[in-house]
Design a protein around this ligand. Structure first.
Ligand code: ADP
Ligand code: MG
Length: 211
């Protein structure tokens, strides 16, 4: 019961596919409380990542994640891209040299990834950012690990927690990022970054459900 290198590459591919599919949706969300570029940013970043697939094919999981992170950092502007770049770079540090990830390894990687986002963006839970999806997802994973849940169930619970966190951003007033410029007017809209985080973690649960 572990995530292989190929599983990892398949997840990255499925992130690229799901972000391309939801490009307009993410852009609409960002149009309401930001500058209408989140869908385009994520799609551009992951298209650039897809172009790196050949060079990632025979690498360890740490190198795969680091390549994704570096590519997002160098191709995506704004706040979201660098934060996701940090997310994957930090996950890569914890997965250095690994050819497979157990549930515990994935939990450690996600914990470091979230810590990187928090360190860089300084957002707390409830600030209406991607942290609102990522933190509940990490907490669900930790709980599943403690309860000795199978990997597939743990990933499903984690994606579900991310989804709930994403939906919970709707009534919130943004305190970080561009949406915070709107103040109270940011309430009533779902956060685009929390939405892309849910899509990415849901892609992991879907891709890895039978691993
Ligand atoms: P920009 O805001 O520069 O246009 P994007 O539109 O790509 O960048 O990304 C916006 C998303 O980034 C927001 O919906 C939010 O989830 C996330 N975000 C913005 N600032 C922060 C921050 N300081 N910490 C965590 N996430 C943030
Ligand atoms: Mg934007």
């Amino acid at each position: 019961m572990s995530i292989s290198r190929d599983d990892t590459l398949n997840w990255i591919k499925s992130c690229a596919a799901v972000l391309a599919e939801n490009r307009d949706y993410l852009t609409q969300l960002d149009a309401a409380i930001g500058d209408a570029d989140h869908g385009a940013n994520m799609d551009r970043g992951f298209k650039a990542v897809m172009a790196k697939m050949p060079e990632m094919a025979d690498k360890d999981i740490g190198t795969i994640f680091k390549t994704v992170g570096m590519t997002l950092l160098s191709t995506v502007g704004g706040a979201g891209g660098p934060l996701y770049g940090t997310f994957f770079l930090q996950a890569g540090m914890k997965s250095a040299g690994k050819m497979e990830l157990s549930l515990e390894d994935w939990t450690i990687a996600l914990e470091a990834a979230l810590a990187g986002v928090v360190m860089r963006g300084k957002a707390e839970l409830g600030d209406k950012t991607m942290v609102d999806a990522l933190m509940p997802a990490l907490n669900a994973l930790k709980q599943s690990l403690q309860d000795h849940q199978p990997l597939g169930d743990a990933l499903r619970a984690s994606a579900q927690a991310a989804r709930e966190g994403m939906i919970a951003t709707v009534p919130l007033v943004a305190r970080k990022g561009r949406a915070s410029y709107l103040g109270e007017r940011s309430a009533g809209h779902q956060d685009p970054g929390a939405t892309s985080s849910y899509l990415i973690l849901n892609a992991a649960a879907e891709t890895w459900k039978n691993t």
